[in-house]
Structures are given as structure tokens and as C-alpha cells.
Design a protein around this ligand. Structure first.
Ligand code: URA
Length: 228
């Protein structure tokens, strides 16, 4: 079902309210504020981080600490501002002491993220760090192997470009990683300008094409070769 921009915005507000009072996992007992995500509800570009830190938990906003300041700086360097993008996290509640998200927490929270992608309808989704990358690529391959190379995925019922990036917190710790993140982010403007590839053919479409003796429609992985 196609939703108007107004309907998508209304549903996003309803989802925000749901997340604000969510008790799906034990993190609601220790959080100060749930962090839904923030930015442009019609953004073409979405960032997905890991989980709120101390400052995010205090303010109820994503990436407002040091990692967020670095992200703002690097975004500015490619001519983008926070107001133009939407930023969310895999987890909406802070894990105590900033420990890694647990599988049951990710499982409880991931429907919110997929619904956010469905409602915002971004063209490019940048995953920041291992947790977001593994969740949204559906692959256990770590961020250092896949960073900087765009992929094509079906997310929230739509085809998007997915660009795995190092987490800005890691980039704050190591100057070389900061330069890598800066270099990888430079691919974004060109990616935003590209037409999205056609959605992957369904199993039915593939079977029909084969039965008709025709050539198999290109898969997203093949199409990726065109700009890999
Ligand atoms: N790190 C994250 O992954 N997300 C935030 O919102 C802040 C820091």
C-alpha cells in the first residue's frame, strides 16, 4: 500500500509515541529516555547507529555526544546537514555502561527500525559499525571487510542502497579510522544521485523467466558490479 507523505509522517509520530513507552526488553528499566531517532521524515539518506550512549539517553536524541559531533563535521564536509538526514539506532534504549547490545534486545527492537525505514523511504541507508551492518545486511561479515562498498538490499519492503561505514566512535579513537570514515562518506553524494536499481525479482518471476527460456533478470549483486 502506498502512503502519502502526510500518512507516513502521522505513522512515524505514532511509532515515536510507542517507542517512548516501550517495555519490550529489560532496557526500559534502566534507560532515562528512549531514543527514537531524529531528522527529516522524508530523508533520502538515513544513518543507523548502534545504541544510545549516556548523553543520548539524557536528551532522548541520537548522536548528540562526541561521536555525533564528528558525524556532523563529516556530514558538513560532503555538503549535508543533520536536518536533511534521518538518524536512528538499532536499539532505542541505552544498554547500561554502553555494553554491546544483546541478541534479545536487538530482536525486540528491530521491528521499530524496519518500520522507520518503511515510513521514511530513504534511498541510501548508511549503517554505522558492526551491529547495524550485520542486522541490515543480514550477514555476519564484519564492518572492516564490507565498509565503503555499497550494497543493494530490500529493507522495509523497498530496495535501497546500503553503505556500511565505520562507527564514528571508533573513528574518534583512531586517526586512521577517521580518515577511512571520511573517505567512505565521500561516496554518498554520488550514491544519492544514482537511480535505484530495480527490486530483486521474486522467485515466481525468476521461475517464469526460466520457463519462458529467456535470460534471467539481473540480480542486485550483478547490478552492483556496475558501480562496485
Ligand atoms: N553511538 C550510537 O551508536 N548511537 C548514538 O546515538 C550515539 C552513539
Amino acid at each position: 500500500m502506498t502512503l502519502s507523505a502526510e500518512q507516513r509522517r502521522e505513522r512515524l509520530v505514532a511509532l515515536y509515541k510507542e517507542v517512548s513507552t516501550c517495555t519490550r526488553c529489560p532496557l526500559h528499566e534502566t534507560r532515562n529516555k528512549a531514543v527514537f531517532g531524529a531528522g527529516n521524515a522524508d530523508a533520502e539518506l538515513m544513518f543507523v547507529g548502534e545504541a544510545p550512549g549516556a548523553e543520548e539517553d539524557r536528551q532522548g536524541l541520537p548522536f548528540v555526544g562526541r561521536a555525533g559531533q564528528l558525524l556532523n563535521l563529516l556530514l558538513g564536509e560532503i555538503g549535508l546537514s543533520r536536518e536533511e538526514v534521518f538518524i536512528a539506532n538499532v536499539l532505542k534504549s541505552r544498554p547500561p555502561g554502553n555494553r554491546d547490545p544483546l541478541p534479545l534486545e536487538i530482536e525486540a527492537c528491530e521491528p521499530y527500525l524496519f518500520e522507520q525505514v518503511r515510513l521514511i523511504e530513504p534511498k541510501v541507508v548508511c549503517t554505522l559499525g558492526n551491529f547495524a551492518t550485520k542486522l541490515l545486511t543480514g550477514s555476519p561479515t564484519g564492518i572492516t571487510k564490507v565498509r565503503g562498498t555499497p550494497q543493494v538490499h530490500e529493507l522495509g519492503g523497498r530496495t535501497v542502497f546500503l553503505l556500511p561505514l565505520l562507527h564514528p566512535a571508533a573513528a574518534l579513537r583512531t586517526p586512521a579510522m577517521k580518515e577511512t570514515l571520511r573517505g567512505d562518506l565521500a561516496a554518498i553524494p554520488e550514491l544519492l544521485a544514482r537511480p535505484l536499481p530495480a527490486p530483486a525479482p521474486s522467485a515466481e518471476e525468476l521461475a517464469e523467466a526460466e520457463a519462458a527460456g529467456g535470460s534471467t533478470p539481473p540480480q542486485p549483486a550483478d547490478q552492483l558490479d556496475m558501480f562496485g
